[in-house]
Write a protein that binds this ligand. Structure first.
Ligand code: SAH
Length: 351
């Protein structure tokens, strides 16, 4: 699909014509990844963070929040619960937290593998090469790192680099692939300053990186952050009438296009989408290209502290409630819970 066609669909507002996009995305999803919806149990292991991401409610600059870091025993208990529920994967996510040391994560990955055999995805920010290597050697399967925006200038504004480091998540994603990880990435839709051209380019970058998983959710402003205030105003002004809205329709169009552009990829119907449409967001994502859900496994006392944006869906639930709710939603749209790890690389090898 060429840039012109991507832009055309992104800007399309006619409901009848959009039916064609939805039908094509759903057909490509069915043909390439089938009816299964894979569950990835999300464990939010720490909300400590040394970075200053201008969109994120748990960044270093966000004041007035209590910080936590889960113990190994707590994380292992969550992984065992995921196993008992029949999930294929656990995702260990956190802020960029040096307190999650190389040794701690290495030991944790080994233990999770020993006790559950589940696929392990890490999503711990921009870590050092030796750490990424050690974790892969310990048995980690995948790494999840959204590049957030393909536009270098916008990315620099919303995601200041560490002193002395290059602001390049895209280079790191390539490195992760070289190290043998299955690589997941993604973006937020409607970041202040994001124009239609930038979003179309993001979709092209998904294809160029040949990603295994692509997470796409709406940007949700947090009052605790610069992008919930003055910086947002400034960037929106710069984008002018080219500013992409952070709404459900645009998010769904982006998911559908990602499916058409990357037919084999694993695409989650994200929590952010469920947050802006609690009634139907999950189902609409799954019916318009997505094939993955990421039920939250974080214990309730920590879950409320992992507030990357306000009003996050399922914040009051337990892991069991998330499982029941998502299973019901999947069955009601005629789909089935996936078996196995739902690995894209394994699926490609089989085909
Ligand atoms: N520290 C890890 C995990 C970050 S949270 C990392 O940086 O990779 C996971 C994702 O949540 C982020 O990559 C971002 O795309 C999304 N996110 C953060 N703040 C958000 C907001 N205000 N609205 C919507 N999504 C947000």
């Amino acid at each position: 699909m060429e840039r012109e066609e991507i832009l055309h669909w992104l800007k399309e507002r006619d409901e009848a014509r959009l039916e064609d996009l939805w039908a094509r995305a759903d057909a490509v999803r069915a043909a390439h990844v089938g009816p299964e919806v894979h569950f990835r149990g999300l464990i939010e292991i720490s909300n400590h963070c040394i970075r200053q991401c201008q969109y994120c409610g748990i960044s270093a600059g966000a004041v007035g929040i209590r910080r936590y870091r889960m113990s190994e025993a707590e994380i292992l208990a969550c992984a065992e619960e995921a196993k008992a529920y029949g999930y294929g994967t656990v995702v260990l996510q956190g802020g960029e937290d040096p307190g999650l040391t190389e040794a701690f994560i290495t030991e944790l990955v080994v233990r999770i593998k020993e006790r559950t055999g589940l696929a392990v995805t890490l999503s711990l920010g921009e870590r050092e090469e030796h750490e990424l290597r050690a974790w892969k050697a310990a048995g980690a399967d995948r790494y999840l790192l959204r590049f957030e925006s393909s536009d270098a200038e916008l990315y620099r504004r919303i995601h200041p680099s560490r002193p002395g480091a290059l602001p390049d998540r895209i280079a790191l994603l390539k490195r992760l692939g070289d190290l043998g990880y299955e690589v997941g990435s993604g973006i937020m839709v409607g970041i202040p300053g994001q124009t239609w051209d930038i979003l179309a380019r993001d979709l092209e970058v998904f294809r160029e990186l040949d990603l295994d998983m692509i997470g796409i959710g709406p940007f949700i402003p947090s009052e605790r952050t610069p992008l919930g205030g003055a910086l947002a105003e400034e960037l929106r002004l710069q984008a002018g009438d080219q500013q992409v809205p952070n709404d459900e329709l645009t998010t769904l169009k982006t998911v559908a296009l990602a499916r058409l552009i990357c037919p084999e990829a694993n695409l989650p119907s994200t929590t952010a989408l469920a947050t802006i449409d609690p009634e139907q967001g999950r189902e609409l994502g799954l019916c318009r290209g997505a094939n993955i859900v990421m039920p939250n496994m974080t214990p309730p006392e920590y879950r409320i502290l992992y507030e990357i944006y306000p009003g996050k869906a399922c914040i009051q639930e337990t892991a069991g409630m998330c499982r029941a709710c998502l299973s019901g939603r999947i069955h009601r749209i005629g789909r089935i819970p996936g078996k196995g790890t739902g690995s894209r690389l394994a699926a490609l090898k089989k085909a």
